[in-house]
Design a protein around this ligand. Structure first.
Ligand code: SAM
Length: 279
């Protein structure tokens, strides 16, 4: 039996049945348009042999579109009512039970994923999109690539190159794991309820070789946080607290890493930050 997708009327019926009124707190804006979920799955290049992890499957719109390709899915959902209903919805839409595993949990707390999925596909809850992405990339080294839908501002920031206006701590931290790209825009009208922000798709590919171990990552991220907490200050001042306790000591450390101490954090690439952290 081929997998069928959810339609707008069925989504509302399911929500009413479960007594679910979408909440802002959990970023619950459900996609009610089959073309959009197919577009996300296509942008992620999901095929039948893939194992996919989805964060926040909600009522299952995107989940079914991923399953339609023949891939298997591990879905992590914080709302117990939605998590409990998803297997039944999938079965009713032609999915065999061995292809879907639902984890009823907060994605920020998850430390194990069965089957080591290599692809991340999600319409992320907007209030936790960056922490959840960084948590997954940090915790699950088997995740190789992904496409997620996020608030436009966040997607632009994640994919921003050094020197651009929106380049910030999330851009540098995300780049630790590999390159990011914008992968399309999504109309507000495909959601229920309609959000008051625009959305984009953003994709990543993990680098074949990690930049370094956990200790280097921590040191790099601490430098990134310090540099962007005071983004208008020159690095020798902004990093004084984390590089030797004085502007002079920070200048020395920066020069050793071939970084001009009078630059600002927004001008540095992930490679520059890693060189400084490596000392
Ligand atoms: N994937 C569905 C869709 O596209 O229609 C729903 C997307 S909705 C933007 C975000 C989903 O994430 C909701 O189902 C919400 O309950 C869930 N969610 C919110 N915070 C979460 C968290 N910390 N961990 C896991 N799921 C979460």
């Amino acid at each position: 039996m081929p997998v069928s997708l959810l339609g707008a009327a069925e989504i509302r019926r399911l929500a009413a049945d479960l007594d679910v009124t979408p909440t802002k707190k959990l970023g619950q804006n459900f996609v009610v348009d089959a073309n959009t979920v197919r577009k996300i799955v296509q942008a992620a290049g999901v095929s039948a042999s893939d194992r996919v992890v989805e964060i926040g499957p909600g009522l299952g719109s995107l989940t079914l579109a991923i399953l339609e390709t023949g891939a298997s899915v591990v879905a992590v959902e914080i709302d117990h009512r939605l998590a409990a209903r998803l297997p039944e919805t999938a079965a009713a839409h032609g999915v065999s039970s061995d292809r879907l595993t639902v984890i009823d949990a907060d994605a920020l707390q998850v430390r194990d994923l069965p089957g080591e999925p290599e692809v991340l596909v999600a319409n992320l809850p907007y209030n936790v999109s960056v922490p959840v992405l960084l948590h997954f990339l940090e915790t699950f080294p088997f995740l190789q690539r992904g496409v997620v839908m996020v608030q436009a501002e966040v997607g632009e920031r994640l994919a921003a190159p050094p020197g651009s206006k929106v380049y910030g701590a999330p851009s540098v931290k995300a780049a630790w794991y590999g390159p990011w790209r914008l992968a399309g825009t999504v109309s507000r009208q495909v959601f229920w309820p309609v959000p008051n922000v625009d959305s984009v798709l953003v994709g990543f590919d993990r680098d074949a070789e990690p930049r370094g171990g956990e200790e280097l990552r921590r040191r790099t991220f601490a430098l990134v946080d310090a540099a962007f907490q005071q983004r208008r200050k020159m690095l020798r001042q902004a990093l004084a607290g984390v590089l030797g306790g004085s502007a002079a000591a920070a200048s020395e450390a920066l020069e050793r890493a071939s970084v001009d101490p009078t630059l600002r954090g927004e001008q540095l690439s992930i490679d520059d930050f890693v060189r400084i952290a490596a000392g």
